[in-house]
Structures are given as C-alpha cells and as structure tokens.
Design a protein around this ligand. Structure first.
Ligand SMILES: Cc1cc2nc3c(=O)[nH]c(=O)nc-3n(C[C@H](O)[C@H](O)[C@H](O)COP(=O)(O)OP(=O)(O)OC[C@H]3O[C@@H](n4cnc5c(N)ncnc54)[C@H](O)[C@@H]3O)c2cc1C
Length: 334
C-alpha cells in the first residue's frame, strides 16, 4: 500500500475543507471495508486519507412521524438490527442484514455502502486495461463478463451497480443530504444519485470529489416494501441480481398503487424498472401478476457473451420481491 497522510477531522465542514476538487489524491475513509482493499491492490493510491470516524453526529438514526434520517456513519449492523427500521423499511433492513458477514456489517457504513466502487475484476486488477483507470477500452465487454451488466445499451463500461442498500432506498423514495465547500448543502434523490462512469475521473455517483454524504432521509409513507436477492453464496459476496419493491396497499388482495420496482447488479447504476411497475400498477398482487411484472422487467436486456442467465434471474427476483411484499406464500422456501 502506498504511504498516505491521515487526517481525522471532528466536523463534517473540516472534512470537506480537506477534500480536493478531483478524485484520486485525497479519499474519504469510513469503515474502510472497500477503500482499504482498493489501496492494498493499488487501485486507489491516495496521498491523503480523510477519516470520517471522528465526526460527531454522523452515526445517529432519527425516527420522525414523516421521515426517518440515518446518518452516513451508521453501520450496516445497526441498520439491520434496528427494530423500527425493520418494521418500516424491510427492503432496507433485510438487505443490510444480508451484506458480507458480521465483520463487514460492523465496520461498513451507510455512506460507504452507497459510494462503494464497483466489483468488476478488470477494474480491480491493476494490470488490466480499464476505462475507469485511464485505459482506452472496457476489458469486460469482450472478456469475462458473467457478473456484469445485462442492460448494456449505450454503455462503454459494463459494470454492475454494487450497493444493495441503494436499491431499497430508491424504491422508498429516499434522498441523500450532501455537504460541499462553503458549507453548501444540497439534497439529492437517490434515484438521481448514480451515474454510469466511463473515465478515470468519474465515480459511480454524482458527488463532486469535495462533497460528502452526511445522512439519508426516507419519507414515512406507510409503503409496503420488500427486497429479494438471488445469491450464489449465502454470505461474503454480493448478490447476482437484486430487486426491491415499494407500493401503497397491495396486501390482502387490495390493489397496489404507486408501484416502484428497482433492480441492482444488472446495469451500471441501480435501475427503476418502469415497465414492471406499470404491469402491476392498480392491480392486486398475485403470483400471476408478479410473474408478468418479472417478464416486463427483463424486457430490453442486452446481455453480454456470458451473462444471459441473469435475464431469467431478473424475472425471478422481481416476482419474488413482489410476492414477499404482498405477503403471498414463499413457494421457493417450501
Ligand atoms: C465480502 C464482502 C461482501 C459484501 N457484500 C455486499 C453486499 O451484498 N451488498 C452491498 O451492498 N455491499 C456489500 N459489500 C460492500 C460493503 O457493503 C461495503 O464495503 C461497505 O458498505 C463500505 O462501507 P465503508 O464504511 O467500509 O466504506 P469505505 O471503504 O470506508 O468507503 C467506501 C467508499 O465510499 C466513500 N465514502 C465513505 N463514506 C462516505 C460519505 N459519507 N460520503 C461520501 N463518500 C463516502 C469512500 O471515500 C470510499 O470511496 C461487501 C463487502 C465485502 C468485503
């Protein structure tokens, strides 16, 4: 690992003042579960590391009548184990509980989860050409791509979005509170937070290099919600496909309205599956309706040479997430 200077500010404003206008030379450190492995592999080589761990107030959860605010420094374990979060937002809490193993969940934070870098093995191998490390091509497009995006139209880099918390948060209509230089604060809907990067100075999100997330706010609207992950391994890995759903009513045979269905691990950013939402909008959620939504979600997929299998997994993930949310029998657990 390259030597670096370590900073430990005690306020978010001080942390922002230490950041730079371009990514690379200075990086923020939260739990370190992603950043440190990137440093060890020489993918990230910051000369300065700014720890967020001495900042008071980043690790609180506030439950209000109309919204819930979760500090960026709250750990994944705290989210997974929070009784009220689990009751209000199972799509979020269940996903947090599935991440990695206990060590990762105890160190990893909400902010770090949302801003983690992608899992492409070419990106994470310092010897492979990669657009995101200044190369002139994406090695995955013609290479080993079984875990990459299947919605690839117009993308020069075919990473799959890694965060499984973003999916549920987008379904629930959550926003990130962001602090930048000169104490500039802004709020961004997580649905608009992500971007598909294609160059070395771009990240998977729209934060500037000198901005940080202070917290995430989730509106309390009484939405029925759930997430489902298709996993190859039960722990210590990311899912292959994940789906989160949220809607009003939709249980006990009632019609679901305002349906939002979000997918991750299938495109460079989390993806709202609009056609799938329309397929069940204003309908009772049954196994048949959920199957139709799954098929609609998979429309438009353009898989790569090795990941056509993910198209079927999208259908399954959407169907099962809808069925869990609607309280229908989980036939796959029988
Ligand atoms: C074995 C394993 C399995 C995993 N499985 C999953 C999974 O299933 N689903 C999933 O979603 N994740 C998974 N992860 C990833 C894990 O969730 C992340 O590594 C963790 O959440 C990152 O949080 P951190 O606090 O450690 O971030 P760090 O490593 O400290 O930081 C990660 C990145 O976020 C930036 N950052 C951190 N905090 C902020 C902030 N407040 N504002 C702006 N930028 C910030 C950092 O600068 C850095 O670029 C897995 C990780 C491992 C090792």
């Amino acid at each position: 690992m390259k030597n670096f200077t370590y900073y430990r500010p005690t306020t978010a404003e001080q942390a922002v003042a230490l950041l730079e206008a371009r990514f690379g030379n200075t990086e923020m450190l939260a739990g370190g579960t992603d950043l440190l492995s990137l440093q060890k592999d020489y993918i990230a080589q910051p000369a300065r590391v700014v720890s967020l761990n001495g900042i008071a107030g980043l690790n609180t959860i506030t439950i209000g009548q109309r919204s819930v605010t979760i500090g960026a420094g709250v750990t994944l374990a705290a989210i997974a184990g929070h009784v009220q979060l689990s009751r209000l937002f199972p799509a979020l809490a269940s996903a947090a509980g599935e991440i990695g193993g206990p060590q990762i969940r105890n160190m990893g934070t909400l902010g770090g989860n949302l801003c983690q870098r992608n899992r492409c093995w070419y990106f994470r191998d310092e010897h492979s050409p990669c657009l995101l490390r200044g190369g002139n091509r994406c090695s995955a497009i013609e290479g080993e791509n079984k875990y990459h995006a299947i919605f690839t139209a117009n993308h020069r880099c075919v990473i799959a979005s890694p965060s499984t918390l973003a999916t549920g948060l987008i379904a629930l209509g959550a926003s990130a509170e962001i602090l930048g230089p000169q104490n500039r604060r802004r709020t961004v809907e997580l649905a608009k937070f992500y971007r598909a990067p294609a160059a070395a100075n771009e990240r998977e999100h729209t934060l500037a290099a000198n901005e940080l997330i202070t917290s995430v706010t989730i509106p309390v609207r009484g939405l029925t919600n759930a997430a489902y992950e298709v996993r190859q391994k039960q722990s210590s890995d990311w899912p292959i496909v994940q789906c989160a759903v949220a809607f009003s009513a939709g249980r006990n045979g009632e019609k679901a309205t305002g349906v939002r269905i979000v997918l991750s691990h299938v495109a460079p950013t989390p993806m709202i599956a609009e056609a799938a939402g329309r397929a069940v909008e204003n309908r009772a959620i049954t196994a048949v309706a959920a199957t139709a939504a799954g098929r609609a979600a998979a429309e438009g997929a353009k898989p790569l040479s090795q990941n056509g299998y993910k198209v079927r997994l999208v259908e399954v993930a959407v169907k099962r997430a809808l069925m869990i949310a609607a309280g229908l029998p989980r036939y796959w657990e029988a």
